[in-house]
Write a protein that binds this ligand. Structure first.
Ligand code: CDT
Length: 335
């Protein structure tokens, strides 16, 4: 067996003018709680260090820049480095999302996998599916999601990677994620929020033998402009539907790729009014939610998982090399 203690670290409301230091303090408290419970891997949300700023249009570029982390490696940046120091001290791994201002000036919606054992970043992912619009809706009451304005689509692909040091008796079978599926160090994949709704993203990881998919998200529900006025809906219905679709995609895609998944929400009411769902969860390769957040505040959702439970699906129903019929799938790779 290859047992791991994992957690989603849900982070509740973060207001527009919240200081990064305060938010990071909350994150460090969650991480320390995780360390005290023997958790080995903690997943934080998308753009965790600040409020979900793509809902706003900024006239002042300097104000916008406050929401970005500068540079290729952010783990020593003032205001956030405490998180990575805590991870090193507690020898715990973490996934964390942030807005990246790359050295060449481009903006990306990014996450990294930082190994507290190795004391370094093992992998970086830049969000590929950017939802919302480039320009704000004309209706001043509309909730915007200006990700297409502030970010470029991710350019790092969906690269699975192995995370060493988590499974003590893992037989070392090299670092190639595709090699020796079901043995050795865990095979991980990362996505960010809207990516989780795209089966192509999951399948590209599935084809690399992924055993654990990590996802941070910010998902509003009372945003009729974003969802296209598809039908008149009460806020209560919209909220229910947002939770339903989140659970649906996490459970279905985990099942169809025979992998565990951990999803972590930036939740709650930012500035007392901008709603974001909770629902942070751990899902099994058989498609069951095995641990789930109870509320919409800061909360650690802990689960013990055995990565060998991925084998059943990978060797039977979803043994891709035996059952996939790629000759019939051409259309999904055409424009
Ligand atoms: N952050 C993010 O990607 N949120 C989107 C909201 C939907 S936009 C139509 C999501 O897919 O949850």
């Amino acid at each position: 067996s290859r047992v791991l203690n994992v957690a989603a670290a849900q982070v509740g409301a973060v207001d527009r003018d919240a200081s990064k230091e305060d938010t990071v303090r909350r994150m460090v408290a969650l991480l320390e709680d995780a360390i005290s419970q023997g958790v080995q891997l903690v997943v934080f949300p998308e753009t965790t260090f600040t409020t979900f700023f793509p809902r706003f249009l900024f006239d002042d570029p300097a104000e916008l820049e406050k929401y970005f982390e500068q540079g290729h490696d952010i783990t020593n940046n003032d205001g956030v480095k405490q998180l990575f120091e805590t991870a090193r001290r507690g020898k715990v791994d973490l996934y964390v999302g942030y807005a990246e201002r790359a050295d060449d000036g481009r903006g990306f919606n990014t996450c990294i996998y930082y190994s507290g054992h190795a004391g370094r970043t093992l992998s970086k992912y830049r969000k590929i599916h950017l939802p919302g619009t480039r320009d704000p809706f004309p209706d001043p009451e509309a909730i915007n999601q200006l990700e297409k304005r502030y970010f470029e689509p991710g350019n790092l692909g969906f690269n699975a990677f192995r995370a060493p040091g988590l499974v003590p008796d893992a037989s070392k079978k090299g670092t190639n994620a595709k090699a020796s599926i079901g043995n050795g160090d865990p095979i991980m994949g990362m996505m960010i929020c809207n990516d989780r709704r795209w089966p192509e993203a999951w399948r590209v990881y599935g084809l690399q033998g992924v055993e654990l998919v990590l996802v941070g998200y910010n998902t509003p529900y009372n945003a009729p402009h974003l969802f296209g006025f598809r039908k008149p809906m009460s806020v209560e219905q919209a909220e229910k539907e947002a939770y339903y679709h989140h659970k649906l995609v996490m459970e279905a895609n985990s099942y169809m790729n025979a992998c565990f998944s951990i999803s972590a929400a930036r939740a709650g009411f930012d500035d007392g009014k901008y709603d974001l769902i909770g629902g942070s969860a751990v899902v099994s390769p058989n498609g069951y939610t095995i641990a789930q957040a109870k509320g919409i505040g800061d909360e650690l959702v802990v689960a013990k998982i055995d990565l060998d439970d991925c084998k059943q699906g990978k060797e039977t129903t979803f043994a891709f090399e035996r059952h996939r019929r790629t000759e019939a799938y051409g259309l999904i790779t055409w424009q």
